[in-house]
Design a protein around this ligand. Structure first.
Ligand code: CU
Length: 174
């Protein structure tokens, strides 16, 4: 009898745990936050590297939601939507980043790369970020909000045109 009651109690508590955990995991948040963080990494007799990155590799949110971009670094970045094939995959590709030049040009950076961006926001077509070519520049310690209007089911690839190894995916889900 005691044993049975214990088993029942265990089953009930398991059910309660499942009920509490499963919906939290399954539900897609409407809005999301993305951070730019990190800095220089130094290892004597090994390397000095730039460890700046986006806080998450994959961010999931809903279409129509707001993406808050928080820059925790002391450098400017861009949040630029690109095609997957445009993402640099090697150090060499990052150094000769063709898409970065195109993004810079769209932001009004002079041809020689010397000069600040004069067009901070490139938002094609309907308002909100939905497709490759759309990009925003944000300064040190700045926080900004962009509306994500890509249709449900799409996964956008994004990167920073200033630090081309900073890359991530934005999954737009229902
Ligand atoms: Cu950057």
């Amino acid at each position: 009898m005691v044993n049975r009651r214990t088993r029942l109690a265990a089953a009930i508590s398991l059910a309660l745990i499942v009920a509490a955990v499963v919906p939290a995991v399954a539900a897609t948040p409407r809005n999301a936050t993305l951070t730019a963080k990190g800095g220089t990494v130094f290892k004597p007799n090994r390397f000095i590297g730039d460890g700046m990155r986006f806080g998450r590799d994959v961010t999931t949110m809903k279409s129509g939601g707001t993406l808050t971009i928080r820059n925790k670094t002391r450098e400017p970045h861009t949040f630029s939507i690109v095609r997957r094939s445009q993402l640099p995959r090697t150090a060499r590709q990052a150094e000769r980043c063709t898409v970065c030049e195109a993004i810079g040009k769209a932001h009004g950076v002079p041809e020689n790369g010397e000069g600040p961006p004069t067009i901070p926001l490139v938002d094609k077509g309907a308002r909100g970020f939905s497709r490759p070519g759309e990009s925003v520049v944000f300064g040190p310690k700045e926080t900004l909000k962009v509306k994500i209007t890509a249709r449900t089911g799409r996964t956008l690839n994004f990167m920073c045109a200033i630090h081309p190894w900073m890359q991530g995916k934005l999954a737009v889900r229902k």
